[in-house]
Design a protein around this ligand. Structure first.
Ligand code: BES
Ligand code: MN
Ligand code: ZN
Length: 501
């Protein structure tokens, strides 16, 4: 998708579609109060073109509600697409991001390949964040997980233009615009990885895809496998991979900005289970195919590293992705086995399906050994987190209020929804083992928190954030602004957290 920025007068823009936002200005809560949609533009010609249809009451400007007008009078554009933001008083940059995605997804199936998206005026929402969000939303909307269809017709938008008002500062707009492109493309890179089935993206191939990207954007990278796992005594990580014919991949990506020698080193650790059968504690057949997305945490870290390399924050970052396939086999680990993690802690395996925490245990230890002073991990870790928060929020945990405050602030920019859940001694007690230091499951209740407590054993006192994205990494039902399939959740928030250091 080509992207452009313009500050031309809307009426003068020649395009297939000019998309303009509308919001509902009705503030009365009376039962007979009708929506009062208004166009969010100061352009009189555009307002005039839409006046007649808006006065009918047919269109309510609900969130992502679209209305298409052909041959709009007085405009050079062939079509005028009105996209709703919902109530004007509740308009946010995040809703605008979605509206841009909705405009793109409106155009795609109709064979429209070119789109101009007009930003609202500065009084409604800030122009810089708007510009970035509009571009991000367009990339997110443009993505469809259809690469394996032999009858695939590429319906991607070829040209997406953001139209900002003439009064906005050009340099600021351009900077925000460039960020939007990098972030949107990085999120889609993550989504393309997550979409790959287990047979097309083994741990080794995930490593290769990460290395290829790293070489492109100028990140340092290393790929390791079985031998290195043994050398580092990564008994927990290795135990997951031992039941698979596919060797594990320990993926390390390094961002070392020139001239930055002191300060924090941020460690990004991702769960990269390219397929999770559950192992000997095998999962039921229903929906097992979904477990190809069990590497979404690792993919989020790889996508975030791409954006970091291109946006160049003044802080060192190391990503460690632990990729393996969790399979049942004659060589697979068994419930009751005891594994010794890289840190030296012993783990009693109760359930081989609680494998994510095992690979992360060694990944976190390794990130610390490589010098990480602050840690963040992302993983499709527990079904319990999905039970707790559904598909509306991802779970987050932290042992450090300062690190969390920065992450919380990052959410305001990213627009992603994470809800902080508790750690605590009671949960830690649930994973005490009778025969070793800890066990890998803590019983039925509080499963997201006991999993987080398990990770905390390896994090120790290092400031740390844990993101459980099990419910949010896959969009179960398509929305007007995003296709059903991989969401790329985490990329934007992790990036903003890194940039806050
Ligand atoms: N990958 C799963 C978690 C998961 C569940 C991700 C649903 C996405 C959607 C993880 O490896 C797992 O199997 N967790 C178990 C842990 C249990 C055995 C303690 C779970 O949540 O059931
Ligand atoms: Mn599992
Ligand atoms: Zn898993």
């Amino acid at each position: 998708m080509r992207t452009e920025l313009t500050q031309a007068k809307l009426a003068a823009i020649e395009t297939e579609v000019l998309a303009v936002l509308a919001a509902d200005t009705q503030t009365s809560k009376a039962p007979d109060a009708k929506p009062e949609p208004v166009l969010l533009t100061a352009d009189d010609a555009v307002k005039a073109a839409a006046a007649a249809v808006l006065s009918t009451g047919e269109y309510k400007a609900g969130a992502n509600e679209t209305l298409l007008l052909h041959a709009p009078a007085g405009l050079k554009a062939k079509r005028l697409l009105i996209v709703g933001l919902g109530k004007q008083a509740k308009a946010t940059v995040d809703k605008l991001r979605n509206a841009a995605g909705a405009a793109v997804r409106f155009a795609k199936p109709r064979g429209i390949r070119e789109l101009v998206f007009a930003l609202p005026d500065a009084e409604v929402l800030p122009p810089g964040p708007n510009t970035r969000a509009a571009v991000e939303g367009a990339f997110v909307g443009d993505f469809d997980p259809d690469t394996y269809r032999s009858d695939r017709k590429d319906q991607s938008i070829q040209s997406f233009t953001v139209a900002a008002s003439a009064g906005s500062d050009r340099a600021a707009l351009e900077a925000a615009f460039a960020e939007g492109v990098i972030v949107g493309e990085s999120q889609n890179f993550t989504r393309s990885l997550v979409n790959e089935p287990g047979n097309k993206l083994t741990p080794t191939l995930l490593g290769q895809r990460a290395a290829l990207m790293a070489a492109e954007v100028g990140l340092g990278w290393e790929l390791h496998s079985t031998e290195k796992l043994h050398e580092l005594k990564m008994g927990a990580f290795w135990s997951v991979s031992q039941g698979s014919a596919e060797p594990p991949s320990l993926i390390v990506l390094r961002y070392e900005p020139e001239g930055v020698t002191g300060g924090p080193v941020l460690g990004l650790v991702g769960k990269g289970i390219t397929f999770d059968t559950g192992g000997i504690s095998i999962k039921p057949a229903d929906n097992m195919e979904k477990m190809k997305y069990d590497m979404a945490g690792g993919a989020a870290m790889i996508g975030a590293m791409r954006a970091i390399a291109l946006l160049k924050p003044r802080v060192r970052v190391i990503a460690v992705v632990c990729a393996a396939e969790n399979m049942p086999d004659g060589k697979a680990q068994k419930p009751g086995d005891v594994q010794t993690a890289m840190s030296g802690k012993t783990i009693e395996i109760i359930n081989t399906d609680a494998e994510g925490r095992l690979v992360l245990a060694d990944g976190l230890t390794y990130a610390k050994q490589l010098g990480a002073t602050h840690l963040i991990d992302a993983a499709t870790l527990t079904g319990a987190c999905v039970v707790a928060l559904g598909y509306a929020n991802a779970g987050a945990f932290s042992n450090d209020d300062a690190a969390w405050a920065k992450f919380d602030a990052a959410l305001a920019t990213s627009g992603e929804k994470f809800w902080r859940l508790p750690l605590g001694e009671e949960y830690a007690d649930q994973i005490k083992s009778d025969i070793g230091d800890i066990k890998n499951t803590g019983g039925r209740w509080g499963g997201a928190s006991t999993a987080a407590e398990f990770l905390k054993v390896f994090v120790e006192d290092t400031p740390w954030i844990h993101l459980d994205i099990a419910g949010m990494a896959w969009v179960e039902d398509s929305k007007p602004y995003i296709a059903k399939g991989p969401s790329g959740v985490g990329v934007r928030s992790i990036l903003e957290w890194v940039r806050s250091y």
